[in-house]
Write a protein that binds this ligand. Structure first.
Ligand code: C2E
Ligand code: MG
Ligand code: MG
Ligand code: MG
Length: 283
């Protein structure tokens, strides 16, 4: 009996694994087709300063699948990373975000807006990445100072020396770097000393907990103090309530991003908001 049950278990798991492999392969195929068919789009989430003025946006990818459903990146970016498809997808994101940045830079009211783009490890470590970024600036004739590349700790973790060198090369072009999901990794503090970041983004898990949990608030304050002493700009992510905004403001956090201000939205929706910077029509 035990043997039989064991056999069943083995059969169950292998059938399950088979299904997983097939799902993965189907997803890779769907992603490749989506890229070719132009089924990806970018949504933009505003970043606001202490007075609530929009100062920039983060570009976040969306995928409209064959059923018309908008698939969140958490469900397909990991697969794109595993399969290497993140390289062409990431290049599409960079190119599309730079095209948008160029449009903003062409208008006086939106000239100073920044554009943040998430970069995966596979993209960042490709030998041609600096060239790809540079070609993107040239194609769209943008001022590189408006572009912020968001990296997570895991992107730089593998090869610190190479990452530093690569970041320096890109910063020499004028690009800025932001450390995403700060506080969720391991040795974030020592990286801050070594890596040439311009900005850090406090992970939303701390922001979410800061009004009910004193230790989260203490961590946020410590991050703000360290950032100030290292002259790093700080963005708090995932700000959902006025209480969180007020606490962050009184703790001296300069920039915020979250549903309280706006979820990520298509560019036409973003630009139609009353708070979107625009040249006031002459009367
Ligand atoms: P992230 O870069 O940390 O982006 C922030 C995520 O938090 C976004 O999820 C955003 O929609 C969500 N968010 C913003 N404000 C709030 C809030 O107030 N409350 C809550 N609960 N969530 C909020 P999204 O768009 O689903 O993206 C998830 C992750 O997928 C991103 O995390 C990023 O790591 C990755 N990702 C998105 N777009 C790209 C891309 O173009 N390339 C790469 N490599 N990764 C991307
Ligand atoms: Mg990000
Ligand atoms: Mg983040
Ligand atoms: Mg992230």
């Amino acid at each position: 009996r035990a043997k039989e049950a064991g056999r069943d278990v083995v059969r169950f798991f292998s059938a399950d694994m088979q299904a997983t492999v097939e799902t993965h392969a189907a997803l890779v195929r769907d992603l490749r087709e989506a890229l070719a068919a132009g089924a990806f789009s970018l949504h933009y989430q505003p970043q606001v300063d202490g007075e609530g003025h929009m100062v920039g946006a983060e570009a976040l990818i969306r995928w409209r699948d064959a059923r018309g459903t908008l698939v969140p990146p958490g469900l397909f970016i990991p697969v794109a990373e595993d399969s290497g498809l993140i390289v062409p997808i990431g290049q599409w994101v960079l190119d599309t975000a730079c095209a948008q940045l160029a449009r903003w830079q062409a208008e006086p009211a939106t000239r100073a807006l920044s554009m943040s783009v998430n970069v995966s490890a596979r993209q960042f470590h490709r030998p041609d990445f600096p060239q790809v970024v540079r070609a993107c600036f040239e194609r769209h004739a943008i001022d590189p100072a408006g572009l912020e590349l968001e990296l997570t700790e895991s992107v730089v973790l593998g090869n610190l020396d190479e990452a530093v060198e690569r970041m320096r090369a890109l910063r020499a072009l004028g690009v800025r770097f932001s450390l995403d999901d700060f506080g969720t990794g391991y040795s974030s503090l020592s990286y801050l000393r070594t890596l040439p970041f311009d900005q850090i983004k406090i992970d939303q898990s701390f922001v979410r907990a800061m009004d009910e949990d004193v230790s989260s608030r203490a961590i946020v304050r410590a991050i703000l103090a360290i950032s100030a002493s290292l002259s790093l700009e700080v963005v708090a992510e995932g700000v959902e309530t006025e209480a969180q905004r007020d606490a962050l403001r009184s703790d001296g956090c300069g920039l915020m991003q979250g549903y309280l201000f706006s979820p990520p939205v298509p560019v036409d929706v973003l630009q139609s908001q009353a708070w979107f910077p625009s040249t006031s029509p002459s009367t």
